[in-house]
Design a protein around this ligand. Structure first.
Ligand code: COA
Length: 180
């Protein structure tokens, strides 16, 4: 039996990806809340302390107001349990459109969120979610997809690198202060 092939790469993965349903809301919100705390460890400035209920308000606002029309949420289940979610769709970020390049600018999409619950990590869910989002974006006619992550988020960087996402722009940040 050859070692290569679709089953040998992630033998433990039998994830099912499906569209977000209303009953996923508590899972999505609590996972977003948890990730926000993890991200705070990487970047305290952009991720202030998380207050109770903040993730719920964020998701509500994002879903109904801030994410552009056409944004979709997919949920990955493993053994019938929701284990992660991805949010993708058209981009409204000028830097993303720029990063996508002139030719692709009009058809650039964005992976906005990708979260896998800690107990489901390293079982292929992140990869499966990314690929499902890409399949849908391709079917919708998008030509290129961009995403960003915090510097120092090495797990995300490794996954994105493995899946073929290459750096095109690097965003550098500095606090503004007087030199005099
Ligand atoms: C980043 C994240 C989505 C990865 O999800 P995951 O389901 O664990 O990823 P997968 O199991 O599909 O990993 C696929 C490959 O990516 C790489 N990878 C994933 N996580 C990694 C880690 N922590 N360290 C090193 N490589 C990693 C590996 O190459 C892995 O393959 P392998 O397990 O066969 O070695 C998950 O860790 C997460 O939700 N983190 C917090 C939120 C976040 O950082 N989101 C993305 C940035 S916005």
């Amino acid at each position: 039996m050859p070692r290569s092939g679709p089953r040998s790469r992630s033998p433990r993965t039998a994830a099912r990806v499906r569209p977000f349903r209303e009953e996923d809301r508590p899972f999505v919100v609590s996972l977003a809340d948890r990730t926000q705390r993890e991200m705070r460890r990487l970047d305290r400035d952009r991720h202030p302390p998380v207050r109770r209920g903040e993730a719920a308000a964020w998701f509500e606002d994002a879903l109904h107001r801030s994410w552009p029309r056409g944004t979709f949420v997919l949920v990955a289940e493993l053994d019938g349990q929701p284990g992660g979610f991805v949010v993708a769709g058209p981009t409204d970020e000028p830097w993303s459109r720029g990063a996508a390049g002139r030719a692709a600018r009009r058809t650039a999409a964005e992976i906005r969120e990708l979260h896998v619950a800690p107990r489901f990590r390293r079982r292929g869910l992140g990869r499966t979610l990314l690929r499902a989002a890409e399949d849908r974006l391709a079917a919708e006619g998008f030509g290129e997809v961009v995403l960003g992550h915090l510097a120092g988020n090495d797990g995300a960087a490794a996954l994105y690198e493995e899946q073929g996402f290459r750096p095109r722009w690097v965003l550098r940040v500095k606090s503004v202060r007087r030199h005099a």
